[in-house]
Ligand binder design. Structure first.
Ligand SMILES: Cc1cc2nc3c(=O)[nH]c(=O)nc-3n(C[C@H](O)[C@H](O)[C@H](O)COP(=O)(O)O)c2cc1C
Length: 336
C-alpha cells in the first residue's frame, strides 16, 4: 500500500491493536461479511470482520476456516449477544484463536467478555452512551466502536457527530475508540482521527464492492440510492417495540408499517395476546436481509444501508476504496 504518513501516524494505535496496515474496519454486515469480503478487506490493508448473525456454531466454524484459507492477515468475528448459542460461538472463536471478537446487539451477558479473554481474544464492544462505554471498559473491553444513527442496519437514536463529541474527548486518550456511521469519504475520517479516534468502521461503502457476494440487484439499489432514501423504520404503536433499522425505502418498508397497524388492531380486538403480537412484528423481518442480499429481491427484502449510500456510485474493488479513503484523509490533513 502507498504511504499516507499523516493518516497512518494518527491511526498508529488502532493499526497496532488490529494488526492491520490501516485502522479501517469493515463493520460486520449479516450475509454480506462472509469469507470473500472479509478476506479481501484484510488483504487490502483494512480489518475484515465476519458477521456471525444467526449462524450456528458449525457454520461459524466453517466460515472462519474458509476465511483463514483466503488470507493470512488478521480478521475478527462479530457475535450478536442475544444469540441463543452465544457461549458455543465464543468457544468456536477460541478454538480458532480468533484475535478480535466484536460483541454487538446489547449488553454482553455475564461471563462472555471473561470467556473471550481467557481464550486470548481482544474484545470490542459497541456502547450507545458514554456511561455504557465506561461500564464495558470496566468489564474488560479492549476497544470500543461508537456507531451513530446514520449507519445502516440496527441503529440507536444519536448521530455519529454527537456521539463522537460526547465520547472521544472523555475517553479516547486512554482508550481505543473506532467511529462508525455515515462515513463515506476520507475527509471525515481525518476529522474523527483528529478528535482522538483510533480508527473508523465503515459498512455501506464496502457492501457493494467487487468482492462482496451481494446480489447484483442489491448492489444496483446501492448505486441508485441517495442519503434520503436510507430511512429508519418507524414504530407505529407504543405497545409494539421496534428496534429501528436503517434501510433503503422499498415495498417491504411500507408493508412493515401496514403490518404493525394490522397487529395493533388484532391486539385491540383481543384476537392475539401481547407476546404473540410482538413475535409477529419480530418475525416480519426475519430473513428479509437474506432475501435482498442473496436472492436479489429488492422489492420485498431488506436493503439495509446507511446514509452514506449516496457516496456509493459504482462497483469497485475494496483495495481501491481503501486507497481512496486514505488518499482523501491524507490530502485533508496535508491542507491543515
Ligand atoms: C447490510 C448491513 C448489515 C449489517 N449487519 C450488521 C450485523 O450483523 N452486526 C453488526 O454489529 N452491525 C451490522 N451492520 C452495521 C455495520 O457493521 C457498520 O457498523 C455500519 O454499516 C457503519 O455505518 P455505515 O453503514 O454508515 O458505514 C450492518 C450494516 C449494513 C449496511
Amino acid at each position: 500500500m502507498a504511504a499516507y504518513p499523516r493518516t497512518q501516524a494518527l491511526m498508529a494505535r488502532g493499526s497496532a491493536f488490529l494488526g492491520s496496515d490501516t485502522a479501517i474496519l469493515c463493520g460486520a454486515m449479516s450475509w454480506v461479511s462472509e469469507r470473500n469480503l472479509v478476506s479481501a478487506i484484510s488483504n487490502a490493508g483494512g480489518f475484515g470482520v465476519i458477521a456471525c448473525g444467526a449462524m450456528t456454531p458449525e457454520l461459524l466454524d466453517a466460515e472462519i476456516t474458509a476465511t483463514t484459507a483466503l488470507t493470512d492477515k488478521p480478521f475478527g468475528v462479530n457475535l450478536i449477544t442475544m444469540h441463543p448459542m452465544l457461549f458455543d460461538l465464543l468457544a468456536v472463536c477460541a478454538r480458532h484463536k480468533v484475535g478480535h471478537v466484536v460483541l454487538a446487539g446489547g449488553i454482553p451477558p455475564k461471563g462472555s467478555i471473561e470467556a473471550l479473554k481467557e481464550g486470548g481474544a481482544k474484545v470490542i464492544c459497541i456502547p450507545p452512551t458514554l456511561a455504557l462505554a465506561k461500564k464495558y471498559l470496566r468489564s474488560g473491553a479492549d476497544a470500543l466502536v461508537i456507531e451513530g444513527m446514520e449507519a445502516g442496519g440496527h441503529i440507536g437514536p444519536v448521530s455519529t457527530s454527537v456521539l463522537a463529541q460526547e465520547i472521544l474527548p472523555a475517553i479516547a486518550a486512554d482508550t481505543l475508540v473506532f467511529v462508525a456511521g455515515g462515513i463515506g469519504r476520507g475527509e471525515a475520517i481525518a476529522g474523527y482521527l483528529e478528535m482522538g479516534a483510533a480508527g473508523v468502521q465503515l459498512g455501506t461503502r464496502f457492501a457493494a464492492a467487487t468482492e462482496s457476494i451481494a446480489h447484483p440487484a442489491f448492489k444496483k439499489a446501492f448505486f441508485r440510492g441517495n442519503a434520503r432514501d436510507a430511512v429508519a423504520s418507524v414504530q407505529v404503536d407504543p405497545r409494539l417495540p421496534v428496534i429501528p433499522v436503517r434501510a433503503l425505502k422499498n415495498k417491504g418498508t411500507e408493508e412493515f408499517t401496514a403490518k404493525q397497524v394490522e397487529v395493533a388492531k388484532l391486539l385491540d380486538a383481543g384476537t392475539v395476546d401481547m407476546g404473540e403480537a410482538q413475535l409477529q412484528i419480530e418475525h416480519f423481518w426475519a430473513g428479509a436481509l437474506r432475501r435482498a442480499v442473496i436472492d436479489g429481491d429488492v422489492e420485498n427484502g431488506s436493503l439495509m444501508a446507511g446514509q452514506s449510500v449516496g457516496m456509493v456510485t459504482k462497483e469497485e474493488p475494496v483495495a481501491e476504496i481503501i486507497g481512496q479513503l486514505m488518499a482523501e484523509a491524507e490530502a485533508a490533513l496535508a491542507r491543515r
